[in-house]
Design a protein around this ligand. Structure first.
Ligand code: GAR
Length: 191
């Protein structure tokens, strides 16, 4: 059984789907939820599911040995970033090489990089009259949104689309594909 830690900064709707999906999985389970935001709803979701959680500051995240001790204590094998807005420090990326998975609300490499998160991405897509958007699930390396792509799914952007309506379309895709893609990847690593 592999242990997953979910890192999130916001509402945690993806975390919720992952928690539900892995609750009956025999290959992996969510063992920890961590957030840099004390008021993130993801912490309520952890409580509801009886999963340990902790809140950390940016400074604590960059204190590698202390931070990593927490992960080792929980025997974390994979880290999943579900709406996590801080950059992962290089040392942590190196320690968890090919074991950190992120979801991004666009078809990377388009609309990725610093400052491109959540509604900022959807607004930029609408402003540029893009005919398509989508989701990307990828491994995390030391550069923002540039790790190996594991999965992408496209959706149409209609002429009447708003950033809000696009955000809803993207959430549906994320909720459908994120958890199964994580499991497929974990299985692939084991084989
Ligand atoms: C998701 O749409 C995710 O793709 C995005 O934040 C949202 C979190 O929603 N992540 C990024 O933009 C990362 N660059 P959630 O908290 O409801 O899961």
């Amino acid at each position: 059984m592999k242990n997953i830690a979910i890192f999130g900064s916001g509402s945690g709707s993806n975390a919720e789907k992952i928690l539900e999906y892995f609750s009956s999985c025999t290959h992996a389970k969510v063992a920890l939820i961590a957030s840099n935001n004390r008021s993130s709803f993801i912490l309520q979701r952890a409580k509801k599911h009886g999963i340990d959680s902790f809140v950390f500051s940016k400074k604590q995240l960059f204190n590698f040995s202390e931070f990593n001790d927490k992960l080792l204590e929980k025997k974390i094998d994979f880290i999943v970033l579900a709406g996590f807005l801080l950059k992962i420090p290089k040392k942590l990326v190196a320690f968890y090489k090919n074991r950190i998975i992120n979801i991004h609300p666009s078809l990377l490499p388009k609309y990725g990089g610093k400052g491109m998160f959540g509604m900022n991405v959807h607004k930029a897509i609408i402003e540029n009259n893009e005919p398509y958007s989508g989701i990307t699930i990828h491994l995390v390396n030391e550069f923002y949104d540039q790790g190996k792509i594991l999965f992408q799914e496209k959706c149409n952007v209609s002429t009447a689309e708003t950033a809000e309506s696009l955000s809803k379309k993207i959430s549906i895709l994320e909720h459908q594909f994120f958890a199964p893609t994580i499991l497929n990847y974990i299985k692939k690593c084991q084989s």
